[in-house]
Design a protein around this ligand. Sequence first.
Ligand code: NAP
Length: 242
Amino acid sequence: MNPVTVITGGSRGIGAATARRLAHAGHHVALSYRRDHDAATAVLADLHATGVRAIAVPADTRDPDQVTALFDAAADLGPITGLVNNAGVTSPIGAFVDLDPTDLRHVVDVNLIGYVLCAQQAALRMSSGAAIVNVSSAAATLGSPGEYIHYAAVKAATDTLTTGLAKELAPRGIRVNAVAPGVIRTDIHALSGQPDRPDTAAARIPLGRAGEPDEVAAAIAWLLGPDATYTTGTVLRVAGGL
Ligand code: NAP
């Protein structure tokens, strides 16, 4: 039977790369997005071209009812075996003292509340052999001074969510891990006001370049897959040495 995987924020960036990679590996995919319908439709066409079943569901992960509807729709593809908790946002890069409370609230709501709501739906519906991967960030341990400390703090909470959930769900045979990407070439940097950040950051990355979304997708696919059956509660850093 094909695995059935929910990917939040699967319309662009790391989520889209993960959707494409998992579809090639035979996963049926339910991807969610918030507003970029055209991007979601384009990813969906690629998934269908591989022959798997795939749906794109507009669902704001901050909203419990929309999250429940996403998982209800995914369950039509078969028993849910995977969740990639990925939908995330930053806010304008800048000094901590300039942080706007509205931006702070948005980062917490999407990157923490959204992850918890999705993980809860997954935990309610999954059975032995299933796996969750939370997309954290290298920021969780670097702290992101002068950029977005609040985002880094929320990503550290993602790591704690991973630790606790891995222990709570282990007796049911459900694994929970995280990946911690470094600077990855996606739209998220434009949304934080620095579209060229992948290039400007290259000099301080030990491998000398930003990462590509598929390099993170490869780690996510490994953590979800049959080669990681004894791996739970870990945060796998995919950050070029950062
Ligand atoms: P991205 O290219 O900006 O894509 C973000 C995705 O999340 C889009 O599909 C977007 O949907 C969706 N999304 C945003 N807010 C949402 C909401 N409230 N409800 C549902 N979906 C929502 O971002 P990315 O760079 O791939 O980032 C993916 C994850 O990796 C995030 O958790 C991010 O924090 C983490 N990360 C990224 C980097 C990096 O350098 N890129 C580094 C470390 C960690 P729409 O298209 O509809 O808006």
